[in-house]
Design a binder for this molecule. Structure first.
Ligand SMILES: CCCCCCCCCC(=O)SCCNC(=O)CCNC(=O)[C@H](O)C(C)(C)COP(=O)(O)OP(=O)(O)OC[C@H]1O[C@@H](n2cnc3c(N)ncnc32)[C@H](O)[C@@H]1OP(=O)(O)O
Length: 168
């Protein structure tokens, strides 16, 4: 269960209170507890999800029907123009949510071969955004995924389509 796992983690790896509250709201919406994807020991230095990376984003991913969800609250060190989250880091969130989902689902690394991304509205530092990803189609080892980031007011902050190659 997420809440038990979260409490057992060191403070800097835990989801914050707002993220936990939003997770509970999503669970209410889906009518079920959402299971967290296990952390991968082999890739502990991953910038987006690794627990061993001292400057990482320490994301937590949850299975949702046909996809994946995560929350992120950008800090001052994640900005570009004052108060606005850096677009490169928004790209990291989208790349990761699509790639990590495939990795966990298939059990082999999924390498991003292409990512097309549209920044629609700014993400403000200190706000909690919701990231979602789901599979669109596949042909052999090539998989097309879609990802979206939603601001607290429900507006789309960014959306992306990526093509990933599954390792043989
Ligand atoms: C917990 C651990 C953390 C998990 C994190 C996951 C999230 C992060 C994901 C990433 O960001 S991975 C890092 C960034 N990406 C890379 O480093 C990938 C670098 N590129 C490569 O390694 C290779 O280009 C790649 C493996 C993607 C493909 O090379 P291959 O040599 O295996 O394939 P090839 O180029 O021969 O193409 C094979 C087929 O795929 C097709 N293809 C390749 N790229 C394509 C593309 N982008 N769109 C459409 N088709 C594509 C290509 O046309 C061809 O079709 P055909 O067989 O029909 O001829």
């Amino acid at each position: 269960m997420e809440s038990i796992q979260n409490n057992m983690l060191p403070q800097h790896l835990q989801m914050n209170e707002t993220e936990r509250k939003l997770l509970a709201e999503e669970e209410k919406k889906y009518g079920t507890k959402l299971m967290e994807m296990p952390k991968d020991q082999k890739y502990g230095m991953c910038f987006a999800c690794g627990e061993e990376n001292p400057v990482g984003l320490h994301l937590h991913f949850f299975w949702i029907p046909n996809g994946v969800m995560a929350f992120f609250t950008p800090k001052p060190e994640h900005q570009s123009y004052n108060g606005r989250m850096h677009g490169g880091l928004i790209t990291v969130l989208l790349d990761e949510i699509m790639g990590n989902y495939l990795f966990k689902k298939e059990g082999v690394p999924a390498y991003t071969a292409r990512i097309d991304l549209r920044f629609r509205t700014p993400v403000q530092i200190g706000t909690t955004i919701r990231c979602e990803g789901h599979e669109v189609k596949r042909k052999g080892r090539l998989v097309v995924m879609e990802g979206v980031i939603i601001n607290p007011d429900g507006t789309v902050a960014a959306e992306a389509t990526s093509t990933l190659m599954l390792e043989k």
